[in-house]
Design a binder for this molecule. Structure first.
Ligand code: FES
Length: 145
C-alpha cells in the first residue's frame, strides 16, 4: 500500500470510527434539550389521572388501559355525576362499554351491569369494580375504592 493510499484509508476509517460517537452526541444533545415525559405515578392522595374532561366530552366515555391501577372507564352520567369502573368483564376479559340505557354492556357476550357496576345479566359472574372519580381542572382522576 502506497503512502497516499494509506493516508486516505486511515482518513476514511477515522471518519467511520468517529461517526457513531458523533451521532450519539447529537442524540444526547437533542434528548437533553427536550423536557422529559412526566412519569406515570399515583398522587399522594391515591388518585391517578385517567385523561381530560375534553377527551371525555368528545368520546362520551374515557377508557385508559395503561394506568398503574389497571384499567379505568369513566363516563358522565349527568352534568355533575361521573362514574368510574374497572371495565374488565370477568367472563372472558372484554372491556364493557357505556350504552344509551345508562348501563355498562359487554360487547363480547352481552353481560350487563348497572351504573354502579353491579351485575344485572350474565354470562359474567361478578360485578365491575367501582372506582372513586373526581374532576380537578381539566383532569379526570380515579382511585380504587
Ligand atoms: Fe363479557 Fe363474555 S367477555 S360477557
Amino acid at each position: 500500500m502506497k503512502r497516499r493510499e494509506f493516508v486516505s484509508w486511515v482518513g476514511v476509517s477515522g471518519v467511520i470510527t468517529a461517526l457513531p460517537a458523533t451521532v450519539t452526541a447529537c442524540g444526547q444533545q437533542t434528548s437533553t434539550s427536550q423536557a422529559p415525559a412526566a412519569p406515570i405515578a399515583l398522587r399522594t392522595d391515591g388518585f391517578e389521572v385517567t385523561g381530560t374532561v375534553a377527551e371525555l366530552e368528545q368520546k362520551g366515555q374515557l377508557l385508559n388501559e395503561k394506568m398503574l391501577l389497571g384499567k379505568a372507564l369513566v363516563v358522565r352520567e349527568t352534568e355533575n355525576q361521573f362514574i368510574a369502573v374497572d371495565p374488565t368483564c370477568n367472563h372472558a376479559g372484554c372491556n364493557v362499554e357505556w350504552n344509551a340505557d345508562q348501563a355498562f354492556v359487554c360487547p363480547c357476550h352481552d353481560s350487563k351491569f348497572a351504573n354502579d357496576g353491579k351485575l344485572l345479566q350474565g354470562p359474567a359472574t361478578e360485578s365491575l369494580a367501582l372506582y372513586t372519580v373526581k374532576i380537578e381542572g381539566d383532569q379526570v382522576l380515579v382511585k380504587k375504592g
